[in-house]
Design a protein around this ligand. Structure first.
Ligand code: ZN
Length: 317
């Protein structure tokens, strides 16, 4: 069956389907070519498009679709730069042409276009930030800016305190005040995260000074709280994300802690619950399964500082 009949415009073949469409001998030649593109010229088969006469065609390029060449597929051959490849000889002739094409200034073209795209990106970002800044200045013209978007998130748990707690437990003299302090810090942060993120999904924000819930009418409109503080939904949401407020794939871990903490009856139960959470942090920091952010969401310090501490608590150091 012809390539274009098997894969018409509405059926885009995967890379595997492309490879398996080719007869075995041609497939080997194609893979040699594909490999050479990757290792010699650092270009990849990543821009499929449909052409009326030759069907699905593949561009070999890096990012920004800066293309070195493209490949069309025949019944028992493939075509690159006008060479129909069906045996070693035509393969070599084609690879020679690729080399010439590459040397005709691909790197220069790539550097030039990439720089232009980046400059454009920077320009657009600058424009956006200027516009946002101007917007915020207009918005806050008549209000007390010391009360504008003063967002204060619950604290993370201090690594030092956590280490102290574990030492006290290891000595058989569990420091219960410290235990409660740490537990409540975890609890407050997880609880605030849950309330905040659930609210944000509904377009609501919670005043960090009086707890009033506000429905945002738009992304950027001024929200005035009766207590005297002001917010915008956009900055509030950004602040939530940039402050590592718990959420994402590990949400169920944080929520489980929030629901169980207040139900704990004894110090040993509370220690067990904290230890479970610390264990989850350890697992996620080491494997990244739940997103490495779990520990960053809850504990102060950099990822490597937290990792070191967790390894130590787990007795591996
Ligand atoms: Zn308020």
């Amino acid at each position: 069956m012809k390539w274009i009949e098997k894969f018409p415009r509405n059926i885009k073949p995967t890379y595997e389907e492309l490879v398996w469409f080719l007869p075995e001998r041609i497939r080997e030649l194609f893979l040699v070519f594909d490999n050479e593109m990757m290792y010699k010229y650092n270009v990849y088969n990543n821009y499929p498009r449909f052409d009326k006469s030759s069907g699905w065609t593949y561009g070999y390029c890096r990012n920004y679709r800066i293309e070195l060449l493209s490949v069309t597929i025949g019944d028992d051959s493939f075509n690159v730069l006008g060479v129909t490849v069906k045996d070693d000889e035509s393969l070599n002739a084609m690879l020679e042409k690729c080399k010439t094409k590459y040397e005709e200034g691909y790197e220069e073209r790539y550097a030039l276009l990439t720089a232009a795209k980046k400059a454009n990106q920077i320009e657009r970002t600058k424009f956006r930030l200027d516009r946002e800044k101007k917007g915020l200045a207009e918005l806050t013209e008549n209000i007390d800016t010391s009360k504008f978007n003063k967002i204060k998130w619950s604290e993370k748990v201090s690594r030092n305190k956590l280490v102290k707690l574990y030492h006290s437990e290891a000595k058989g003299l569990l420091d219960e005040d410290l235990l409660d302090e740490i537990g409540y810090t975890f609890y407050t942060r997880c609880k605030q995260a849950r309330d905040t993120r659930e609210g944000l999904e509904r377009g609501e924000i919670i005043c960090h000074y009086c707890g009033t819930v506000h429905k945002a009418v738009s992304y950027t409109a001024l929200i005035a709280c009766p207590c005297g503080y002001y917010y915008t939904y956009r900055e509030y949401r950004r602040s939530c994300n940039s402050n590592n407020i718990p959420g994402g794939r590990a949400t169920e871990i944080f929520n489980a802690f929030t629901s169980k903490w207040l139900l704990c009856k004894s110090a040993s139960e509370r220690m067990l619950l904290i230890d479970g959470l610390v264990h989850e942090c350890h697992v996620s920091a080491m494997t990244g399964v739940k997103g490495r952010s779990v520990c960053m969401n809850l504990m102060d310090g950099t990822l490597s500082q937290i990792k070191d501490m967790l390894e130590m608590l787990a007795g591996n150091k």
